[in-house]
Design a protein around this ligand. Structure first.
Ligand SMILES: [Zn+2]
Length: 424
């Protein structure tokens, strides 16, 4: 039977430790058998002093891992050995480790950076010592081989960038193998270059995880990677990729449907899967809504999830319906805000041609805008209550982000003071 892992990226909205058992129970009931935890910036790694947010303590993480194991999950961790280290490298104290000054990547030719990653691997192993795997990330290394030292390191190689990449990632994989674990690496540095033979330079124990969130099967590079003889896993996404074109407040029906379709495509391959749940589109991007927003996608990804229904009476279903109600209210207020903005523009254009009627802007725009602000504040409180009741992090940021989008400012008339008239 194929393995069916759930990846949780904690840089986004995530459960506080006391609420972890509730979520774990739900994930278990859906039929996930493994967890891949990406603690990212939410855990104070000893290897990265001063870089993380104060969210999970060591005791929290150990208890969360222990409970997951006791509930029958395999548990492994995910760290990043080269790219996507913004959360740490953005701090001045780690600036010397950056590749060509870019804050998302470290330079694999900098001995201090290599030492840092090796220490981090050791720390992750010690944190979850009987994990079967340690995922090393290795994806989207966009600035690979741009500094002089890396250029020099790659000299003479047919593919200089790949040579530098493999030198570093291979060394990290071997360190993981040395700890008795199997390393995992994301696939995209191979897929994006259509370059698969170099995989064979990695230790035989390495697993390549082929993530693909938007295309249909057959997935790019999957057959070629399987042809290397290495173990290849697939990765759909339960929560990913909301750009500005798709951001629709706190729920996106079409977005969730796209996730379900992506998951079903991957399930047809029959290979082991890691169902990814990303925290934000990228480290400096907006937060995704809570897990409840993606309830159907979680269920579609679970081996036993087909029987889960959002109109059921389990706690997760009840809270998911509550989220839908908040979304309906959010959507109503969003439309109202846009309408008021448009109305203010309309009245100001009328004034240019035929003048103003005293009090009209006040009645149609200012007064209604004040009423809207009251409704928005009521929603803000309901959102906070939802986060509190469900033990979710990042309430302040998420609510600030989304509430601020609700009320586009009115276009002010030429003389706002005069428009305040109560006389119509
Ligand atoms: Zn470099």
């Amino acid at each position: 039977m194929r393995k069916n892992y759930l990846h949780l990226d904690f840089k986004g909205i995530s459960p506080f430790a006391p609420h972890w058992p509730t979520y774990l129970k739900h994930f278990q009931s859906l039929g996930f058998d493994g967890l891949l935890l990406e603690l990212d910036c939410k855990y104070a790694w000893e290897s990265w002093p001063g870089a993380a947010l104060d969210h999970y303590t060591k005791q929290d993480v150990l208890a969360m891992i222990d409970l997951a194991k006791a509930s029958g999950f395999e548990v492994s961790l995910l760290i990043q050995v080269q790219g996507h280290l913004e959360w740490a490298l953005k701090h001045d104290r780690y600036a010397p480790l950056r590749e060509s000054g870019f804050i998302n990547e470290l330079c694999p030719c900098n001995p201090d950076a290599v030492k840092k990653v090796e220490d981090w691997i050791d720390e992750a192993v010690a944190l979850c010592p009987d994990a079967p795997y340690l995922h090393l990330g290795g994806d989207e290394v966009w600035h690979l081989c741009t500094c002089d030292a890396c250029q020099k390191r790659g000299e003479g190689a047919a593919d200089r960038k790949m040579a530098v990449y493999l030198d570093h990632v291979g060394r990290c994989c071997r360190r993981v193998v040395g700890h008795g674990m199997r390393p995992m690496v994301w696939s995209d540095m191979f897929v994006s270059r259509k370059c698969y033979e170099p995989i064979k330079t990695l230790p035989r124990e390495t697993i390549i995880v082929n993530w693909c969130y938007h295309e249909k099967a057959p997935f790019a590079g999957l057959k070629e990677m399987q042809g290397t003889g290495y173990e290849i896993w697939g990765a759909p996404a339960i929560r990913c990729g909301w750009g500005p074109d798709h951001l629709s407040g706190i729920y996106d029906e079409n977005g969730v449907a796209a996730r379900v379709a992506n998951i079903k495509e991957w399930q047809q391959t029959g290979i082991n899967l890691i169902n990814t749940v990303w925290g934000r589109p990228s480290s400096f991007n907006v937060l995704y809504p809570p897990y409840h927003c993606f309830a159907e996608a979680f269920a579609a990804a679970g081996t036993d999830g087909a029987s889960w229904r959002i109109d059921g009476d389990d706690a997760f279903a009840v809270q998911s319906r509550r989220w839908r109600e908040l979304e309906t209210e959010y959507d109503r207020l969003l439309r109202k805000g846009v309408l008021l903005f448009k109305w203010s523009v309309g009245l100001n254009r009328v004034a240019r041609y035929i003048g103003r009627r005293p009090g009209l802007f006040n009645a149609d725009c200012y007064k209604q805008s004040e009423a809207l602000a009251k409704d928005v504040e009521a929603l803000r409180k309901k959102l906070f209550d939802f986060f509190t009741d469900n033990g979710l992090s990042d309430a302040e940021e998420f609510i600030d982000e989304r509430i601020s989008m609700l009320t586009p400012p009115l276009e002010e008339p030429e003389n706002p003071a005069l428009e305040r008239s109560e006389i119509l």
